[in-house]
Design a protein around this ligand. Structure first.
Ligand SMILES: Cc1ncc(COP(=O)(O)O)c(C=O)c1O
Length: 428
C-alpha cells in the first residue's frame, strides 16, 4: 500500500485526517455552510445572517473582550481547536509512534492542499512554524557575498531587519533601508523609491506584502518586475496576506516567500510556510541543517527536529474552513469591516486615520490616532474602559493604534469601537 493510502486508512481508523469525507469540518460545518450559502446574495458583504454562521464558528466571537489585534495572531475556529486537541490526545498515547509514524505521513497531503491554496507546485512549499522561521531561512540561506546589497524598508518587520543586520555584521553584506510615509495611494511612487536605491551591487529586494504597522498593501508584482529587469531577486514577507488577500503566490512574481498560517488562515499558533521558486531551491542553504544542503528538494527546509506534528496536521482543518468561505469572499468581508468602522471614525473631530480606505491599498488593518494622545495611552484606554484589545504602534514615523478585524468580528463590536473613539476624542 502506498504511503498516502496507508495514511488515510490509519488516520480514518483513529478518527484523524482533515482531507477525508469524515473530516471534522465536514462533520461540524458542511451542512451548516451549505444552508448559509442559500443566504448569500450580491450584497452579501453586509449580509449579517450569512456572516453570523461564520462568527459562531469561532469561540473568539463570544470572548468577553473585543479582539481587534488579529494582525498580531488570530484565533482558530472551534473546528481547528478540536482537531488540534484530538491530534494531541492521540499523540500523547505515544508520540514516537502516533506522531512520527502516522501523523508524519500527513505532511504530503497537507503540502498538496497548501499548494492548492497558494496556486503553486507542492514541490515549492515547506511547512514550518511561522513567518519568522520561513523568512530567516531564506535570508540566512541566500548565497550573498561581502559587499552585496539588500534593499529593504524601515517599515519592514523587525525580525527580518535583524536577520539582514546580522548578515551585515557576520558576512559584510550591505543592508539599505528606504523609508515611506504611509498611506500612499500611488504604486509608481513606491516602485520608484525602491528603484532609486538600487546600485550595481544590489542582489536582493525585500518587500513586505502588507506592512504590519499600518496595513499598506505594497505593489509586490510591480516591484518584482522592476527588480528582475535588473537581475535582482525578490523576497516577500506575506505574513499578513496569506489567507486574507485573494492571490496566488506565483502572481507576485517573486523568488522567495514566507508567511505565518496563524494569522489570517486561522491555523493553530505555531504554523507557517515558506515558498521557494523551484529553480532557486538548490541555491538556498537550510537554516537548520540537512544532510543534503544543496538539494533541489524543498523538504530540506523541514529538518526542524522534534516539534508538534499535531499543530501541523490541524492546519488541514483551517484550510477546509477557509475553502468553505472562499478567499475572495473573506477578503471583501474583512475589507468591508475595516471600512465600516474606519469610515465612521474618520468623521469624528480629532480622529485621524493612517491607512487608505481603498481596497487596492489596504484590507484588514487600519491605523487610527486621536490628536494629542499617545498610541499606548489610546491602546490602554480602549482596554481599560471599553474592553477593546488593539495594539499601540509607536515606531519610526508611525504613531497610531492598529485595529485589525477578522472574519469573525461583529459589526456590533465595531460600533462599540467607534463609540469608544468618539467618547475618548471628546474628552481628549
Ligand atoms: C509583516 C510581518 N512579518 C512577519 C511577522 C512574523 O510573524 P511570526 O511571529 O508568525 O513569525 C509578522 C508578525 O506580526 C509581521 O507582521
Amino acid at each position: 500500500m502506498n504511503n498516502r493510502r496507508s495514511f488515510f486508512k490509519k488516520t480514518a481508523a483513529l478518527g484523524l485526517g482533515a482531507f477525508g469525507s469524515d473530516s471534522l469540518f465536514n462533520q461540524l460545518h458542511s451542512e451548516q455552510f451549505r444552508e448559509a450559502e442559500q443566504l448569500w446574495d450580491d450584497d452579501s458583504q453586509s449580509n449579517e445572517a450569512y456572516w453570523n454562521v461564520i462568527q459562531d464558528a469561532y469561540t473568539a466571537s463570544k470572548s468577553e473582550i473585543i479582539i481587534l489585534n488579529n494582525g498580531g495572531v488570530s484565533p482558530s475556529p472551534l473546528v481547528v481547536q478540536e482537531a488540534l486537541e484530538k491530534y494531541n490526545k492521540v499523540a500523547a498515547q505515544g508520540p514516537s509512534y502516533y506522531m512520527w509514524r502516522i501523523m508524519d505521513k500527513g505532511r504530503e497531503p497537507l503540502r498538496q492542499r497548501l499548494a492548492g491554496l497558494a496556486g503553486c507546485d507542492p514541490e515549492e512549499i515547506a511547512i514550518n512554524r511561522n513567518a519568522t522561521e520561513a523568512l530567516n531561512t531564506v535570508i540566512f540561506g541566500l548565497p550573498l557575498q561581502k559587499g552585496d546589497e539588500v534593499i529593504g524598508t524601515v517599515q519592514d518587520y523587525p525580525n527580518m531587519m535583524h536577520a539582514y543586520k546580522q548578515r551585515e555584521m557576520r558576512d559584510g553584506i550591505v543592508y539599505k533601508q528606504i523609508s515611506f510615509d504611509f498611506p500612499i495611494e500611488d504604486d509608481d511612487q513606491i516602485v520608484k523609491a525602491y528603484e532609486a536605491a538600487i546600485t550595481p551591487r544590489t542582489r536582493i529586494v525585500h518587500v513586505t506584502h502588507i506592512i504590519n504597522w499600518v496595513g499598506q498593501i505594497m505593489p509586490v508584482k510591480k516591484i518584482a518586475q522592476m527588480a528582475h529587469k535588473k537581475g535582482i531577486e525578490v523576497v516577500v514577507d506575506g505574513a499578513h496576506t496569506f489567507g486574507l488577500l485573494d492571490y496566488k503566490i506565483p502572481d507576485l512574481e517573486c523568488d522567495y516567500f514566507g508567511t505565518s498560517l496563524h494569522k489570517f488562515l486561522s491555523a493553530p499558533v505555531g504554523s507557517g510556510m515558506m515558498w521557494v521558486k523551484k529553480d532557486k531551491i538548490e541555491n538556498i542553504w537550510p537554516l537548520v541543517c540537512n544532510s543534503e544542503p544543496k538539494s533541489k528538494n524543498i523538504r530540506k527546509f523541514e529538518t526542524l527536529g522534534t516539534r508538534s506534528f499535531c499543530i501541523e496536521q490541524a492546519i488541514g482543518e483551517a484550510i477546509n474552513f477557509q475553502e468553505g468561505i472562499g478567499t475572495r469572499r473573506k477578503q471583501e468581508r474583512i475589507h468591508f469591516l475595516k471600512k465600516y468602522w474606519a469610515g465612521q471614525a474618520v468623521q469624528i473631530p480629532g480622529v485621524k486615520l493612517h491607512t487608505s480606505l481603498k481596497p487596492e491599498y489596504s484590507c484588514a488593518i487600519a491605523g487610527v490616532s486621536i490628536d494629542g494622545m499617545k498610541p499606548e495611552e489610546l491602546d490602554s484606554r480602549l482596554m481599560k474602559d471599553y474592553r477593546i484589545h488593539v495594539v499601540g504602534m509607536n515606531y519610526a514615523n508611525i504613531h497610531c493604534v492598529r485595529v485589525t478585524p477578522h472574519v469573525y468580528t461583529k459589526t456590533s463590536d465595531l460600533d462599540k469601537l467607534v463609540g469608544a473613539l468618539r467618547d475618548i476624542a471628546k474628552k481628549a
